[in-house]
Design a protein around this ligand. Structure first.
Ligand SMILES: [Zn+2]
Length: 252
């Protein structure tokens, strides 16, 4: 335990990063439709039972988890704001077929198990007209949005809604969130997702799983201490060009 804490302190000291101080102000950014403001779309990454609900499978939390609870609460709040205003939401849901494993992970979010569905507090999103749901069976949600005809469901959503800025929340900060953000930024840089300009990651709206070293050792797995990997995920996203905000608020 002691060495884990020292390592966490060391890395946070060696690779600190600043979150955008003013945070992200929604109405001012959004421009209320038709104004000169930016159109903001909300991206929900894998806020499914299999990653968030206690005991819901191999990759679900074993007990109450503050970082995951906060991520779900903030995502529910943002989803309500976006749905009230009919602003666009793109929701990725990790969903796997049992005969198609996803190494290095154990089976998770298998279709029909319930693990692949929104957490209970977000189930209502299935009925909302401003929400586009994309089930994906790979880590990277941009790649997972590729269709058989070569089109990309995420790029099509950006284009159809004229999205200039995506606000990204979900789980896991250092895995599915980071991969989606990184690929989206690469795609933006070569003009694949017009009119997208910016990718904003809301730190409190993201979470990752917790597998401390002393537990990982016993089961022969790679250690994954939650606070440290959350920090690293945000750091890497920022290093790739995302904006990291610690606060999202509604402007007047
Ligand atoms: Zn998966």
């Amino acid at each position: 335990m002691g060495s884990e804490t020292r390592m966490e302190d060391l890395l946070k000291r060696e690779i600190p990063f600043e979150e955008d101080e003013d945070g992200f102000i929604l109405m001012a950014e959004r421009g209320g439709g038709g104004g000169g403001g930016k159109v903001v779309g909300l991206v929900l990454v894998d806020i499914v039972n299999g990653f968030c609900t206690i005991g819901a499978g191999n990759l679900a939390p074993a007990g109450p988890n503050k970082q995951i609870n906060t991520m779900v609460e903030e995502s529910v709040w943002l989803s309500k704001v976006f749905c009230e205003k009919k602003w666009p939401i793109f929701a990725l849901l990790d969903s796997h077929h049992p005969d198609k494993p996803e190494p290095p992970y154990p089976p998770h979010c298998i279709v029909g198990s319930g693990e692949e569905n929104f957490v209970q507090d977000l189930r209502w999103l299935e009925e909302e007209s401003n929400v586009t749901i994309k089930r994906k069976d790979c880590i990277d949600g941009f790649i997972g949005s590729m269709e058989k005809d070569g089109s990309n469901g995420f790029a099509d959503w950006v284009k159809a809604n004229g999205v200039n800025v995506v606000l990204v929340v979900g789980i896991c900060t250092d895995i599915c969130v980071l991969d989606f953000v990184s690929t989206t930024l690469s795609a933006r840089n070569i003009g694949l997702v017009p009119p997208l300009e910016d990718v904003v990651v809301y730190s409190k709206g993201c979470a990752t799983f917790d597998l401390p070293l002393h537990v990982a050792k016993n089961i022969g797995a790679l250690a994954h201490p939650q606070e440290l990997l959350h920090h690293l995920g945000l750091y890497m996203a920022k290093a790739r060009g995302a904006k990291i905000v610690g606060k999202v608020s509604l402007g007047s």
